[in-house]
Design a protein around this ligand. Structure first.
Ligand SMILES: Cc1ncc(COP(=O)(O)O)c(C=O)c1O
Length: 445
C-alpha cells in the first residue's frame, strides 16, 4: 500500500461522498489500514478496539485468511456468472442449500441480494406479489415500527421509522404505516391499565391493521432487536403476540434480521428466543462477516408454493445482477463454517452476559439511564436526568469522542451508545470495552 501522510489521505478522501455524512465535511478522520481480530489500525498509528464490528457485521473479526482464501479460490475459478434466467453457479446452490431451514424450520427458499436494503425491498415486493397470487391485490401496505431502520433504498427509507432519513427525500412513499416499538425503558404508545408494554405494543399492531383495513395490509416488518433505533430489546411477550395477530388478520410477518442474524443475539436467529417463526426473513451483514457484499431473503414454503402457482409465462420479475454472486456466496459458505466451528451463538450468549454485566456497572454515572442488551448487542442510554429520562445526545457525543481518544469505537445513536463487537472477541477484550468506556465517562463526568 502506498505510504502517505494521513492528512493527504483525508484530503483525497474528499473526492467521495460518505454515507450519512455532510458533503462539506471531511470524511471520518480514522483512516483504517488494517484489521486483526477486534482491532483496527489506522494510518496515523492508532490501535482501536472496534466495539461495533464495523457496522454490526464483522462477526468473525478482521484479518481471517480463510475467508480471503475462499474469495481468492472462487474468483480464480469463477468470480461471477449471471443467476438470471436459467443459469446458476455452485457456491450459490450450496449456500442456499445450507441455509434451508437453518434459521427457521420451513423457510427453505433463498433469494440472494447484495445487502440488507435490497433484501427488505425484495421482501416487500414478494409480499405484494404473494397477495396478488392469492387473489388479494389490495393487500400492499407494510406496517413497521417507529425507530426501525430497514435500509436506504426508496421503499426501505420509508419503511424506516426514523424521520431524519426521510425528510430530504419526500414526499413519503404511500403504503408505509408506523406504530410504537415495545421499548421497555421509554414506551411511547399508550398503556392501558393492567397491560404490559409487550401487550400494548402488540395491540397497536392489531389496531393499525383494523384502522388501515385488513384487506390493505400485506405485511408487518420488525427487527427482533431494534438496532439503529437504539438497541431495543423487546419484552418476552411481544413477538408471540405479534405472530398471533399476523395470523389472525392474514398479514405476513417479515423479520428483518440484518443485524440479529447469524449468532449476534445468542441464537442463530433472534426470533428463536421467543419460539416465533417469520414468513419472510431478511438477512445480510454477518452472512459473510463483511468480507463480501451479500444479503437475501428466505421464504416460507407456503409463499414459495403460492408463487409456483403462476402461469408458465409469468416469471418472478425481480432480481439483481449480483443475486447469487459466486465469490460472495463462497465467502458466505466459509464464514458459516467458521461460525459453526467456533460456536458463535454460544460465544455471543456467554460473552454478551459479561459485556452487559460490565456495562451495568457504569450505571453509577449520573448520566447512564439504561443499559440493555441481548447476546453481543448492547445499548447504553445517556440522559441528563435519570428521573425524567431526558435524552442527552450532547453528552453522548462527548462520551463517544472520549472513548475514541481512548481507542474504543462505539456508535452514537442519538442519546444511545451501541456496542456490537465481533463475536470472536475474548474475555479480556470485553473487559477492555468496559474499562475504556468507563475511563471515557470519567473523563467527561
Ligand atoms: C436492521 C437493518 N436492516 C437493513 C439494513 C440495511 O442494510 P444495508 O446497509 O446492507 O443495505 C440495516 C443496516 O444497518 C439494518 O441495520
Amino acid at each position: 500500500m502506498l505510504k502517505q501522510d494521513t492528512a493527504t489521505w483525508i484530503e483525497k478522501d474528499r473526492k467521495q461522498l460518505h454515507p450519512t455524512y455532510h458533503p462539506k465535511s471531511h470524511a471520518n478522520p480514522l483512516v483504517v489500514e488494517r484489521g486483526e481480530g477486534v482491532w483496527l489500525y489506522t494510518t496515523d498509528g492508532q490501535k482501536i478496539l472496534d466495539g461495533m464490528a464495523g457496522l454490526w457485521n464483522v462477526n468473525a473479526g478482521y484479518g481471517r485468511e480463510e475467508l480471503a482464501k475462499a474469495a481468492y479460490d472462487q474468483m480464480k475459478d469463477l468470480a461471477f456468472t449471471s443467476n438470471f434466467s436459467g443459469m446458476t453457479n455452485l457456491p450459490s446452490i450450496q449456500l442456499a442449500d445450507k441455509l434451508a431451514s437453518f434459521a427457521y424450520e420451513g423457510l427453505n427458499t433463498t433469494m440472494f441480494t447484495s445487502g440488507g436494503s435490497e433484501a427488505n425491498d425484495t421482501a416487500f415486493k414478494t409480499a405484494r406479489y404473494y397477495w396478488k397470487r392469492k387473489g388479494k391485490p389490495g393487500k400492499y401496505k407494510v406496517i413497521a415500527r417507529k425507530g426501525a431502520y430497514h435500509g436506504i433504498t426508496l421503499a426501505t427509507t420509508f419503511a424506516t421509522g426514523l424521520e431524519k432519513y426521510q425528510t430530504m427525500f419526500g414526499p413519503a412513499m404511500e403504503g408505509f404505516v408506523h406504530i410504537p416499538a415495545p421499548n421497555p425503558y421509554r414506551y411511547e404508545g399508550t398503556l392501558k391499565t393492567g397491560e404490559t408494554i409487550g401487550q400494548a405494543a402488540a395491540r397497536e399492531l392489531e389496531e393499525a391493521i383494523l384502522r388501515e383495513g385488513q384487506d390493505t395490509v400485506a405485511a408487518f416488518i420488525a427487527e427482533p432487536v431494534m438496532g439503529v433505533g437504539g438497541v431495543i430489546v423487546p419484552p418476552d411477550d411481544y413477538f408471540p403476540l405479534v405472530r398471533q395477530i399476523c395470523d389472525k388478520y392474514e398479514v405476513l410477518f417479515i423479520a428483518d434480521e440484518v443485524i440479529t442474524g447469524f449468532g449476534r443475539t445468542g441464537e442463530w436467529f433472534a426470533l428463536n428466543h421467543w419460539g416465533v417463526k417469520p414468513d419472510i426473513l431478511s438477512f445480510a451483514k454477518a452472512i459473510t462477516s463483511g468480507y463480501a457484499q451479500l444479503g437475501g431473503i428466505q421464504l416460507s414454503d407456503a409463499i414459495r408454493e403460492t408463487m409456483e402457482t403462476a402461469a408458465d409465462a409469468e416469471a418472478f420479475m425481480h432480481g439483481f445482477t449480483y443475486s447469487g454472486h459466486a465469490m460472495a456466496c463462497a465467502v458466505g459458505l466459509k464464514n458459516l463454517e467458521i461460525m459453526e466451528r467456533e460456536e458463535f451463538p454460544k460465544r455471543a450468549r456467554e460473552l454478551g452476559k459479561r459485556l452487559l454485566a460490565g456495562l451495568q456497572t457504569l450505571k453509577e454515572f449520573s448520566f447512564v439511564g439504561d443499559v440493555r442488551g441481548l447476546g453481543l448487542v448492547c445499548g447504553v442510554e445517556i440522559v441528563s436526568d435519570k428521573e425524567s429520562k431526558t435524552a442527552d445526545a450532547v453528552t453522548t457525543m462527548k462520551i463517544f469522542k472520549a472513548a475514541q481518544e481512548r481507542g474504543l469505537r462505539t456508535r452514537p445513536l442519538g442519546n444511545i451508545l451501541a456496542f456490537s463487537p465481533p463475536l470472536s472477541i475474548n474475555e479480556e477484550e470485553v473487559d477492555e470495552i468496559v474499562k475504556r468506556l468507563g475511563a471515557a465517562m470519567d473523563g467527561i463526568a
